[in-house]
Design a protein around this ligand. Structure first.
Ligand code: PLP
Length: 352
């Protein structure tokens, strides 16, 4: 089976060998307070910062998932409220999870074909956190490339970004936001079960100002541990090890980014040429990493069925467009050969 599911998604083929190495090294039996573990954690963080070009003064912590980050932000960084900018199901879920904890959220949702525009009237106070979903995995939209840098210029608010399905796939404007997070089962090409959180000195300052220490995953508690290359609870040692290995293996993010964008352009041209309807009509908000195709419910079911018979897993639709779309992951671990197999299949199907 080859899979184009946008998470969990195809893992890098080298992961098989890394798993074996992790086992043989004895590291996955080692105590997480041991020097061996701490060294491995330190190396993984430094390789990740190097390959993804993360600013030196941003800190990196590992958590269990992107979902956990929703809670950490609501618990540890909130003063007044949060403003949620989104176009689909994941951004909406972030707002809902936050609301259950903070009871103070406001919504700036957009149709997925709309241009995102945020003016000063949307902002309630300077303490409000602006929460942006960088790549909306559910419907294949992204925020336009200039959006976050413009927000940064216009507002002094703390900005938090869900980059779960774009981090490690495209270049991110790190300095344009204070808190970024992702999970490893998407563009990182790794097995599910870990989240990556990247935070700016401003976000650290906010956490200190809030001073929240009530939870096992309170940001300040996480930080105290990670600054010593330790973790507040027994971590996903294997996940951290594999992430380190993959970060050593992959090219610098600028190279990955150009391949991702080139492949995305290829996909959009291919789909248009073969008369597939894109879910997203507005070009600047079309995702580079998750491509969504729209058709009737019957036709979508048929395409998924025939794909499966040929050993290809397409991503199901998600959220409102669940029945009338399928998704194609354009993640770096997917090979050119696999893309060609799917394109041959779709070309064949377009004429029947
Ligand atoms: C997958 C995804 C999540 C949830 O990730 P988990 O690892 O399941 O917590 C959140 N946001 C976006 C945009 C996603 O694509």
């Amino acid at each position: 089976m080859i899979t184009f599911y946008p998470g969990p998604s195809k893992v890098y083929p080298q992961v098989g060998q890394y798993l074996q190495e992790a086992f043989e090294s004895g590291l996955i039996s080692a105590n997480h307070r041991s020097g061996e573990f701490m060294q491995m954690l330190e190396n993984t963080i430094s390789d990740l910062k190097f390959k993804l070009n993360v600013p030196a003064d941003y800190e990196v912590y590992f958590v269990s998932s992107a979902t956990e980050c929703w809670e950490i932000i609501a618990q540890s960084l909130m003063i007044d409220s949060s403003l949620h900018v989104f176009t689909g199901a994941f951004g909406e879920k972030w707002m809902e999870y936050t609301h259950r904890i903070s009871h103070r959220t406001s919504e700036a949702s957009f149709d997925y074909n709309a241009d995102l525009i945020l003016d000063k009237s949307a902002i309630f106070s300077k303490n409000e956190i602006i929460c942006v979903t960088h790549n909306e995995t559910s419907n294949g939209t992204k925020v336009p490339d200039a959006f976050l840098p413009e927000l940064r210029q216009k507002f002094e608010n703390l900005i938090a970004v869900d980059a779960t399905s774009s981090m490690a796939g495209v270049v991110l404007p790190w300095e344009a936001a204070d808190l970024w997070y992702a999970s490893v089962q998407k563009c990182f090409g790794l097995p599910a079960g870990m989240g990556v959180m990247i935070i700016s000195p401003n976000a650290v300052e906010r956490a200190l100002q809030v001073g929240e220490h009530k939870h096992y995953n309170s940001l300040l508690f996480m930080r105290e541990n990670f600054l010593k290359f330790q973790t507040p609870y027994t971590p996903n040692t294997l996940g951290i090890y594999l992430l380190g290995k993959v970060m050593q293996q992959v090219p610098p993010i600028a190279e990955v980014d150009s391949l991702t964008r080139q492949r995305a352009a290829g996909w959009y041209a291919f789909l248009a040429e073969h008369h597939y309807e894109l879910l997203v009509k507005n070009d600047p908000v079309r995702s580079d990493t998750v491509i969504a195709v729209r058709d009737t419910k019957e036709r979508i079911a048929e395409l998924k069925h025939f794909a499966k018979a040929e050993g290809i897993t397409l991503g199901n639709g998600y959220g409102k467009e669940k029945e009338v779309s399928f998704r194609i992951a354009n993640f770096p671990a997917i090979s050119q050969d696999e893309i060609e197999i799917l394109q041959n299949f779709l070309a064949k199907m377009s004429s029947r």
